[in-house]
Design a protein around this ligand. Structure first.
Ligand code: AAL
Length: 381
């Protein structure tokens, strides 16, 4: 060993001794407990605002991995077939179930001005709710339509899209956006309707009624109730949703909460709405005694994971990269009214495809995996 190597070895030994010493000694080691010493604003925040001062000690932080699904095809990607905005994944009859927006049209979306009764304005225009099942979460078999478009003038006659599922007292409920005009005329305006069934395979009975209405004039959710996302929490139905205020060209996306004791309503909107100041599509799950949320894409707190001990007052727990768009996680305890939510490890999401080409735009479903679970300890993956 030459002198340089010896020095290097000696320095490494000193550093590791300092790093593992009991006494906190910045910057070599970050102690788990907040040390009694002057701290910068950033380090105060690291202790006071987060579950752990480090990313890998923080249960609500994760990286995301993606896998293409097997079993679903897309007309060669010509833009006439889309699958997007998957619901939560639910396990029943020994299989996984997912519901999603299914558009099968004569052409890809052409914008509101060129839309007709057959030509869609947007990727989710002229759509129906379809479903698929899987035994392993990777290979999915499309089962067909769950909720078709009802005849005019019922809610959703123009399009039904962006579903999510609730299981409550032995019955299944599908909540979805019900368009009564071409999306994109003013904005992306619609309320939410609901259908119900005794089995996840249907048949589904449409209420043909608005179950979560748009807010009054001037309210933040005046124009749209998007991405309805029900969970059972504190013995009640907590349905989270997204809306846009300000309208185009700079809509402000935020998420609100509506609570009910009956799946068919009435849903009472939380007086503190919006409860999340960021995020596009909804993605939430019971975690320990509260509710965790994926806030994806839009807003000052985009691409963060958040937590509300009461399901209402959310705070950031971590930032994340490459988060799933329109997540539909597998949430085993979504409907069990747990007060010790275990978290999530996988789900489905969507990927816009061919978006730059007006002739091919469509969206495909894919799988994400993550570590947002109490039951794993794999934060380095
Ligand atoms: C999505 C969702 C809603 C919007 C549109 C289709 O990803 O936020 O469903 O209406 O985009």
């Amino acid at each position: 060993m030459n002198v340089q190597r010896l020095l290097l070895f000696f320095t490494a030994c000193c550093l590791s001794w300092i790093g593992y010493a009991d006494e906190p000694f910045f910057p070599f080691k970050i102690p788990t407990e907040k040390p009694d010493m002057p701290l910068s604003e950033a380090m105060n925040r690291a202790y006071d605002d987060y579950e752990s001062p480090t990313y890998w000690g923080n249960e609500l932080s994760s990286k995301f991995r993606y896998t293409p699904l097997k079993g679903l095809t897309y007309n060669g990607g010509d833009g006439t077939l889309t699958r997007r905005d998957p619901s939560k994944v639910v396990k029943a009859n020994g299989k996984y179930y997912v519901w999603y927006t299914h558009r099968s049209t004569v052409s890809p979306p052409r914008g509101a001005d060129d839309a007709t009764d057959e030509i869609p304005s947007a990727d989710w225009d002229l759509a129906e709710i379809w479903y698929a099942t899987s035994t392993d979460g990777f290979t999915w078999e499309e089962q067909g339509v769950a909720v078709p478009r009802p005849p005019k003038p019922n809610v959703g006659w123009r399009s039904v899209s962006t579903p999510d599922v609730l299981f409550w007292k032995g019955k299944y409920y599908l909540y979805y956006q019900g368009f009564m005009e071409v999306s994109g005329k003013r904005g992306d305006d619609c309320p939410v309707s609901v259908s119900y069934a005794d089995s996840p395979d249907g048949p589904w009975t449409a209420t043909n009624k608005i179950v979560v209405p748009n807010g009054p004039e001037g309210a933040w959710d005046q124009y749209s109730i998007h991405d309805p996302y029900p969970l059972v929490y504190k013995g009640r139905i907590y349905l989270y949703y997204k809306s846009d205020f300000n309208g185009p060209p700079h809509p402000v996306r935020a998420q609100g909460l509506a609570i009910a004791d009956d799946p068919l309503g009435p849903f009472e909107k939380c007086p503190l709405n919006p409860v999340l100041n960021s995020g596009h599509e909804t993605g939430l799950f019971p975690f320990r005694g509260g509710i965790a949320a994926l806030a994806i894409r839009h807003g000052n707190e985009h691409d963060t994971i958040q937590f509300a001990p009461d399901g209402i007052n959310f705070k950031m727990t971590s930032t994340a990269i490459l988060m799933p768009i329109a997540p539909g996680p597998y949430v085993p305890d979504a409907f069990t009214d747990t007060d010790d939510g275990r978290g999530i490890t996988w789900g489905l999401c969507h990927f816009p495809w061919g978006a730059k080409s007006r002739d091919k735009a469509h969206t495909i479903l894919g799988r994400f995996d993550c570590d947002l679970s109490q039951d794993l300890d794999d934060r380095f993956m």
